[in-house]
Design a protein around this ligand. Structure first.
Ligand code: BES
Ligand code: MN
Ligand code: ZN
Length: 464
């Protein structure tokens, strides 16, 4: 779908306009039908389709309810455009012009809404999903629409990758994708180098798979970088649970256990277009968690990059082991901030459902900045506590810690585990997207499957 800006409304297939509750629309024809005859109120998200029968230069008019004018904001714009796109695709429209009666600064949110809603993962379907060919916005600036497109493309990139079956999206594939991102310096560490770096926790997780691990380090350098930031994505290309094998129903969606890595890749490729004045490191410790004769075992003791030892309590708590070494590596780069994003715990999903991602860390300042950026971006981040008592269940008799303990407070315990691998002088935030990265059924503007969780928030955080 092509997205453009236009000055004038030429004849088009569908003219999309809005109606605020209690107000008339910009089209006399519509006011006659909708307000006087059909009593369409313009409640938020409602749509109303009119066949114009040649009375104006568009074949159809789609009216979108914007709700109360005083409650309207960027998040509402994104959702409203998404609703309109779904409706337009449903009636198999090819071309539409959006002429909204709002001020001119909604271009980015409108564009992003259109791209989120137009998304389909039909690569492996013989029958393809219908897409609009072209939409145009009046009033909005080209720059805002272009920025929206960069965000939209980043989300699509991330969603496509996270939706890709694990047979294709292997650690080697993630490495290849990272190497193909233009404008970032990428270094891939192979198994012998990972061994040399002393990443014993990460290596243990990957050792049961025939597909070798790939440690990926991307670096974006903007002009006059004002800050140095590392973003780390959990990159478990498939999480079978390992020898502590998951039951079938829980394993079903575990190709998505590299959603954090997909987010980091999507963000890194978009940064080269947004060009913020920052140095950003994208880090992924990619591997597969598989059962085999070579797998790591419950009871094994692993030594992470910072020398701390971990007794394996459960091989299915693998994400934190890979992140432990990635966090050590990031801290050694001497960056100011580290943000990790991970489909880390079922417990976080139990606590927050599919609506909000959990956030924790060692810097209230960084956490609250990310929470407010998420809110402005249309995501919800909810802070989980980091009381030191949550670490009690991770205490081991024979090593510095175990990788799991009690089922209770699982998201927080995982956060405290990760904290053991973060240097105190580095500001760190951990985002748990276990519930939000992959939907089993459609939700708001999203179809089922990967959502691109984290992409918009991290991009806004890194580019503003
Ligand atoms: N990848 C899972 C977490 C997950 C669960 C993500 C559901 C998305 C949806 C993680 O590696 C895992 O298996 N966690 C275990 C930890 C447990 C063994 C302490 C869990 O949450 O059950
Ligand atoms: Mn697991
Ligand atoms: Zn996992």
């Amino acid at each position: 779908m092509e997205i453009k800006t236009v000055q004038n409304i030429d004849s088009t297939e569908v003219l999309v306009i809005n109606k605020f509750e209690g107000e008339k629309t910009s089209q006399e024809l519509v006011n006659t039908f909708v307000v006087e005859k059909d009593n369409f109120e313009g409640k938020f998200g409602q749509t109303y389709l009119i066949h114009t029968l040649g009375k104006i230069s568009a074949d159809k008019i789609l009216v979108v309810g914007f709700g109360k004018r005083e409650e309207f904001d960027h998040n509402k714009m994104r959702e409203a455009v998404a609703k309109a796109i779904k409706k337009l695709n449903q009636i198999k429209a090819k071309k539409a012009i959006f002429d909204f009666d709002v001020n001119c600064d909604y271009g980015k949110s409108a564009t992003l809404g259109a791209m989120i809603a137009d998304y389909a993962y039909d690569k492996y379907k013989s029958e393809k999903v219908h897409h609009l060919d072209e939409i145009s916005f009046t009033k909005f600036s080209e720059e805002d629409v272009e920025e929206g497109k960069i965000f939209g493309e980043a989300m699509k990139f991330t969603r496509d990758l996270a939706n890709t079956p694990a047979q294709i999206a292997t650690p080697a594939k993630l490495a290849e994708i990272a190497q193909n991102i233009e404008g970032v310096e990428t270094r891939i560490f192979e198994k012998p180098e990972i061994e040399r770096m002393g990443m014993g926790a990460y290596l243990a997780v990957g050792q049961g798979s025939v597909n070798p691990p790939k440690f990926i380090h991307m670096k974006y350098t903007g002009l006059n970088p004002k800050k140095r930031i590392a973003i780390i994505g959990k990159g478990i290309c498939f999480d079978s649970g390992g020898l502590d094998l998951k039951p079938a129903a829980s394993m079903l969606t575990m190709k998505d256990d590299m959603s954090g890595a997909s987010c980091v890749l999507g963000v890194m490729q978009a940064l080269t277009k947004l060009k913020p004045e920052l140095e950003v490191h994208g880090i992924i410790a990619a591997c597969e968690n598989m059962p085999s004769g070579a797998s790591y075992k419950p009871g094994d003791i692993l030594t992470a990059k910072n020398g701390k030892t971990i007794e394996v309590d459960n091989t299915d708590a693998e994400g934190r082991l890979t992140l432990a070494d990635a966090l050590c590596y990031a801290c050694e780069l001497g960056v100011d901030e580290v943000i990790d994003i991970a489909t880390l715990t079922g417990a976080c999903m139990v606590a927050l459902g599919t609506v909000a991602s959990g956030i924790m860390g060692n810097s209230e300042e960084l956490i609250s900045k990310l929470i407010s950026t998420a809110k402005d971006s249309g995501e919800i981040y909810w802070q989980m506590p980091m009381f030191k008592e949550y670490f009690d269940s991770l205490k081991s008799d024979i090593a510095d810690m175990k990788n799991t303990g009690s089922r209770y407070g699982g998201a927080s315990a995982a956060g405290l585990f990760l904290k053991e691998f973060v240097t105190d002088n580095v500001k760190w935030a951990h985002i748990d997207i276990a519930g939000t990265a992959y939907l089993e059924k459609p939700q708001k503007e999203f179809i089922a499957g990967a959502t691109g969780a984290g992409v918009r928030t991290l991009l806004n955080y890194l580019s503003k």
